[in-house]
Design a protein around this ligand. Structure first.
Ligand code: KIV
Length: 271
């Protein structure tokens, strides 16, 4: 009997082929083994170990506080649960903007210590040197343009980006540059659908959207948002597929009641 796995892993080349044949790419975030395993077995194409872990796992207001060591811990946990999906890990704030040498060092740590297949970085022209240096080490890079949460203190708000002509033009140019230097994909966050359409039609690499409309090559959402674990975050682009906050609350309340009225454990639930 063969013990070989027959699961065909998703690679950056598989994603490129999906774009070519017009098959949409599905992507969600995950930060731990158990959730990553569920997503992977459900057939998700890409799992992003996002620095949104800073918000939904650690309770910070922004993505800025999460450290490289913490991202590595989350990524190691996710990779252990995944057989098929491509795992992409965010380079956290402050680990690549300073200089390209530091950026490469951060990316190498993620690849060496987690077993993930790619990293993601926020920004265009201003981080191009770091992107190139990481790519030259053979590490696949996913770009991230539009609303880039690591720059929230520059933007001041989480409103839709690139509505004006100047910012839209820069975004189109940044996307071109990221593709030219060799990024395998780009995420566009919270920008007008028509702008995302232009970028997608002009790019040979897959463009994944979050709040960027339907003309892109794939979609990504933060897992805790789409499952309804988070409740306070309700942007227009977010479709909630569940209300886990309510479901978990009800389950926990049932458990509390059962313990209080000495219904749990019963005769069959003890030794
Ligand atoms: O960190 C994250 O979850 C992300 C997504 C919003 C794309 O970057």
């Amino acid at each position: 009997m063969s013990t070989e796995s027959h699961i065909k892993a998703v690679t950056t080349h598989v994603l490129a082929a999906m774009k070519l044949r017009g098959e949409k790419i599905s992507m969600l975030t995950a930060y731990d083994y158990s959730m990553a395993k569920i997503l992977d077995r459900a057939g998700i194409d890409v799992i992003l170990v996002g620095d949104s872990a800073s918000n939904v796992m650690a309770g910070h207001k922004t993505t800025l506080p999460i450290t490289l060591d913490q991202m590595i811990y989350h990524a190691q946990s996710v990779v252990r649960g995944v057989e098929r999906a491509l795992v992409v890990v965010d380079l956290p704030f402050g680990t690549y903007q300073g200089n390209s040498k530091e950026a490469l060092h951060s990316a190498i740590r993620i690849m060496k210590e987690t077993g993930a297949q790619a990293i993601k970085m926020e920004g265009g022209e201003e981080i191009l040197e770091s992107v190139q240096r990481i790519l030259s080490a053979g590490i696949p890079v996913m770009g991230h343009l539009g609303l880039t949460p690591q720059s929230i203190n520059k933007f001041g708000t989480y409103v839709v980006r690139a509505r004006d002509e100047q910012e839209a033009k820069k975004l189109i140019e940044d996307a071109k540059k990221l593709e030219e230097v060799g990024c395998f994909s780009i995420i566009l966050e919270k920008i007008p659908a028509q702008l995302a359409k232009v970028v997608t039609e002009n790019a040979k690499i897959p463009i994944i959207g979050i709040g960027a409309g339907k003309y892109v090559d794939g979609q990504v959402l933060v897992l805790h948002d789409m499952l309804g674990i988070t409740t306070e975050f309700s942007p227009r682009f977010l479709r909630r597929y569940h209300n886990l906050f309510l479901e978990i609350t009800a389950a926990v309340q049932n458990y509390i009641n059962d313990v209080k009225r000495q219904d749990f454990p019963n005769e069959n639930e003890q030794y």
